[in-house]
Design a protein around this ligand. Structure first.
Ligand code: GLV
Ligand code: GLV
Length: 326
């Protein structure tokens, strides 16, 4: 018998084609997040599900999913999944690390350039027809070359972001939740592992690459912004709630920091009141992994992970590999 698989929203066809070799695949026909109640209804009907970072994969979902053999997240971040609850129920779950590392690091750099060189603001002036010609004091921004880059969370994406600074001769500082040094950053960039407070005080650009956990939630709050340089920028391509967004708006409004480049938000798709009216921010609709190769490879990795789980094998990028230990 063929397996029955549900995908909570259209993903690149390559992943669906791969799954279709072993399963009958149903896809949410709406190009919109699946309502949670619908997700719970679907949970009971399928052997395998591919879901998104907008789907809450909690104990309620798992209790409804009586015949589910595996859940594959179409994302590297997995704060939407209660992994411990899945493990208690013997439900394997997977994510998509590795295939979106460079794309997300490049997105962080797009934000570094855009916010410091005031690209979006300047573009708007050109389009409005109000530019009156070159002027010495127009759109003066922040320097990048030779400045200090602070990486919060030196995992795969943080490491790639730091390595991309080589063309700009930056000094690199990083924090690590494990307290462990990053050999690549140390040997290739002469980077320094520093306490969070030191990074806040010394970096000119702070780029967030930590996962969202209870430890990182609201790590960037009023106290953190107060320690940053007035000329510094904060960049977030990780998860919105790592920043307390109301505090960020206040820090920008009072000039406590110079600017922010954000691809993620505390309460997507909404933004904190006041954020969108600030010239000192560049805001993107969570497009970090949105390149052709990354989105395609996320689809095929999620699909091959799900096929493995359906067939009782350990998926390549499993979040609870201990289920396969015995
Ligand atoms: C996107 O945000 C992801 O976690 O893959
Ligand atoms: C600016 O356009 C310059 O030539 O300095």
């Amino acid at each position: 018998d063929r397996f029955k698989v549900y995908i909570t929203r259209q993903i690149p066809q390559e992943g669906i084609d791969l799954l279709s070799r072993v399963a009958d695949v149903d896809v949410n026909p709406e190009d919109a997040p699946l309502p949670h109640a619908t997700l719970l209804e679907k949970a009971a009907l399928y052997d395998g599900i591919i879901g998104l970072l907008t789907d809450r994969i909690d104990a309620e979902f798992m209790d409804a999913a009586t015949q589910l053999k595996g859940y594959a997240n179409y994302a590297v971040g997995f704060d939407n999944i209660d992994v411990a609850a899945a493990t208690r129920r013997n439900l394997p779950v997977s994510n998509t690390p590795g295939v979106l590392t460079d794309a997300t690091a490049e997105c962080a750099w797009a934000l570094i350039f855009a916010v410091s060189r005031r690209v979006v603001e300047s573009d708007a002036v050109m389009r409005s027809g109000s530019w009156s010609g070159w002027g010495p004091l127009q759109f003066i921004g922040g320097d990048i070359s030779g400045k200090t880059l602070g990486i919060v969370g030196a995992g795969r994406i943080g490491t790639a972001t730091a390595l991309m600074s080589r063309g700009f001769g930056m000094k690199v500082l990083y924090t690590s939740s494990s307290g462990r040094r990053n050999d690549i950053l140390d040997s290739q960039l002469g980077a320094s592992l520093v306490p969070f407070d030191t990074l806040l005080q010394e970096a000119d650009f702070i780029s967030i690459h930590a996962p969202l956990t209870e430890q990182t939630r609201h790590m960037f709050n009023a106290e953190a912004f107060a320690q940053m340089k007035q000329t510094a920028y904060v960049i977030n391509t990780a998860r919105g709630p790592v920043i307390k967004e109301d505090d960020l708006v206040a820090a920008l409004q009072t000039g406590q920091i110079a600017g922010a480049g954000l691809d993620v938000f505390e309460n997507e798709p909404n933004m904190a009141p006041g954020l969108a009216s600030l010239d000192s921010v560049v805001v993107l609709p969570h497009i970090g992994s949105a390149t052709k190769s990354s989105r395609t490879n996320m689809a095929t990795l999620a699909a091959s992970n799900l096929i493995a789980m359906l067939q009782g094998r350990q998926p390549e990028t499993c979040l609870n590999p201990e289920l396969y230990d015995s």
